[in-house]
Design a protein around this ligand. Structure first.
Ligand code: UDP
Length: 470
């Protein structure tokens, strides 16, 4: 398949001046995403952006949790025979699973890539490089084997990266135990993070966590560049610190979803009926609640959130993803008086078109687990947040939302419906919430500017020049 060239004026405005001619020669990129929703989306968004600049794109993916190829007819999709398809995601031990993926994928991915290189030679179409998710770190060796340069895509915040490295240091100094810490004290040099915000993992053993950090750090020296789904407006100090530590160049070009031509990358079918429900609601009145694709809550938490919402009298749209409550009978838990109490005031779906929901006029607040994509999507729409992180990087993001950008409330204990109700009112009704909304709108403008004509825009053009130079 030949590369498509920018067709609209808008696509052309993102091109570096004078680059149009260079884009005439077809050049293919191979993308290797980690097979989880929060990682597949930014990788496909990056693919769309680079495709709109004239690159042809092949997505080399696992048989487990494959991307929906029909959403991207302009890409080639190649599934590597990795024997992973029957796996169930062990959400309590994700890091072990990621390390398992890295072991299982290396040989089949190498074989597939070698075939692609061969095919490229026959079709007179060169592969410029491999772009891989930081968690698919086996990709470096696979790319080296076929003599291709590689670029890492980091899908977390830059501050998460810095704090992960701090964990290694603090553990070596004996300041932090393997279990992490519940201390409210600030971590020296990591303002505004407290020890309890460090992304010490409850999703793997301490040994696996340290190995994970070592593995993803190795890629900063063995690859040609690092792409970040963040930008200077949000994280300049962390990005500067990272560039100091890295020999290779970093390219903060996010938020990717704001640049990518719109296309869904949902692995779960979106229930669009919630948009019709939102259309009937008053501007800024709805609380949107979602915990992303992996986090879960127990039935006690579910009940407290449900009744806190009902008692707040605020309309709400709640995503309860299958598997996100540890009790399969969760809907029975919500029937005892709850349905009557909320009436038309609430809408519950299994999966929503989140970006569209956040962009809807009726949505005035986002109760989020603070996955990095959700955080960026909320910031990009100027929606203030109630942050209820569950694990890992979500705690770092929640702290940045509440303390650095000041566009949300960090909810640290929700086993109490009274507190849930109060927090919702603080965000949706009180003066404090109005101020957060104003700051959120201002932050949105600045982020949008960086994408249209600022630091992200410039970084993207520099990245394209680098890829062209390979
Ligand atoms: N998402 C969605 N519909 C939903 C819930 C989530 O489309 O009902 C998307 C959301 O827009 C985001 C992704 O799923 O892009 C979740 O990624 P995030 O990094 O926020 O969290 P993770 O799932 O990795 O924990």
């Amino acid at each position: 398949m030949l590369a498509r060239f920018p067709e609209t004026e808008e696509q052309l405005t993102y091109m570096a001046p004078g680059k149009e001619e260079q884009l005439r020669s077809p050049c293919r990129l191979v993308l290797i995403p980690l097979p989880f929703q929060g990682h597949i989306s930014p990788m496909l968004q990056l693919g769309s952006i680079l495709h709109s600049k004239g690159f042809a794109v092949t997505v080399l993916h696992t048989t487990f949790n494959p991307p929906i190829s029909s959403d991207y007819p302009e890409f080639r999709f190649v599934s590597a025979p990795d024997n992973l398809s029957d796996q169930v995601v062990p959400t309590d031990n994700l890091l072990f699973f990621i390390s398992h993926i890295n072991v299982k994928c290396r040989v089949p991915f190498q074989e597939c890539l070698a075939k692609m290189v061969e095919q490229g030679r026959e079709e007179k179409e060169e592969i410029a490089c491999v772009i891989y998710d930081e968690c698919m770190h086996f990709s470096v060796a696979v790319a080296e084997h076929v003599k291709l340069p590689s670029i890492v895509l980091r899908t977390t915040s830059a501050s998460t990266y810095i704090s992960r490295n701090a964990i290694v240091r603090l553990k070596a100094e004996g300041v932090l135990t393997s279990q992490g810490s519940t201390s409210q004290e600030l971590v020296p040099g990591l303002y505004p993070l407290r020890f309890k915000d460090l992304p010490v993992s409850k999703i793997g053993t301490p040994e696996i966590f340290l190995q994970f950090i070592t593995d993803i750090n190795k890629t900063r020296t063995s690859s040609s560049a690092v792409i970040w789904n963040t930008n200077d407006v949000l994280e300049l100090p962390s990005l500067q610190e990272i560039q100091k530590q890295n020999r290779v160049r970093i390219f903060p070009i996010g938020p990717l979803h704001r640049i990518a031509p719109t296309s869904s990358s949902s692995l779960i079918k979106e229930d669009r009926s919630c948009i019709t429900w939102l259309d009937k609601q008053i501007q800024n009145s709805v609380v949107y609640i979602s915990l992303g694709s992996l986090a879960s809550i127990d039935k006690k938490e579910l009940a407290e959130v449900a009744w806190g919402l009902a008692n707040s009298n605020q309309p709400f749209l709640w995503v309860i993803r299958p598997g996100s409550v540890d009790d399969l009978e969760w809907n029975k838990l919500l029937t005892e008086g709850f349905t009557e109490a909320i009436g038309e005031n609430g809408c519950i779906v299994k999966w929503a078109p989140q970006k569209e929901v956040l962009a809807h006029d009726a949505v005035g607040g986002f109760w989020t687990h603070c996955g990095w994509n959700s955080t960026l999507e909320s910031i990009s729409e100027g929606v203030p947040m109630i942050c209820k992180p569950c694990f890992g990087d979500q705690r770092v993001n929640a702290r940045y939302v509440s303390r650095v950008w000041k566009t949300g409330i960090h909810l640290e204990n929700i086993y109490d419906r009274g507190q849930v109700e109060k927090t919702i009112k603080r965000l949706m009704v009180d003066e404090e919430g109005k101020e957060m909304r104003q700051r959120a709108k201002y932050l949105r403008e600045r982020v949008e500017l960086s994408v249209r004509d600022g630091s992200s825009y410039n970084s993207l053009n520099e990245l394209i020049e680098l890829i062209r130079s390979f």
